[in-house]
Design a protein around this ligand. Sequence first.
Ligand code: FES
Length: 150
Amino acid sequence: MELIINGHRKQVEIEPDTPLLWVLRDELGMTGTKYGCGLAQCGACTVLVDGQVTRSCVTPVEAVVGAAVTTIEAVSDDPVGRRVVEAWVKHQVPQCGYCQSGQVMTATALLKQSEKPSEEEIAAAMVNLCRCGTYNAIAAAVRDVAGVKS
Ligand code: FES
């Protein structure tokens, strides 16, 4: 089947029910997207599908045929994504880093949908788990991009 990943067309020969995460990591060698819980709970595997936050660990690859998939490898190609990454660096958000690609993708989707999200919108969107407890730094970085005072 043909996929559109980060603006490029990719051919993969794969069972249609294979989770998108494993196609990205094992077939395409894009290891920035992480396996966390495998149950769509933690958000480490978050990618964007047509701009929507999507848990790639439970998304069959056949479900994204014809859709635009964006991963952490290309998030900086997007102006909002670039600002998110810059804010992540400025606020030194990552600790171990394992959850962070999913966090950045989630923040990018939020800030593309809402330029100035409210505290409630930030809290509702930024639900990915972080075992290192970087939640305050994540919120500060999101507020920074949004131009909202902490
Ligand atoms: Fe370690 Fe989030 S930075 S899990």
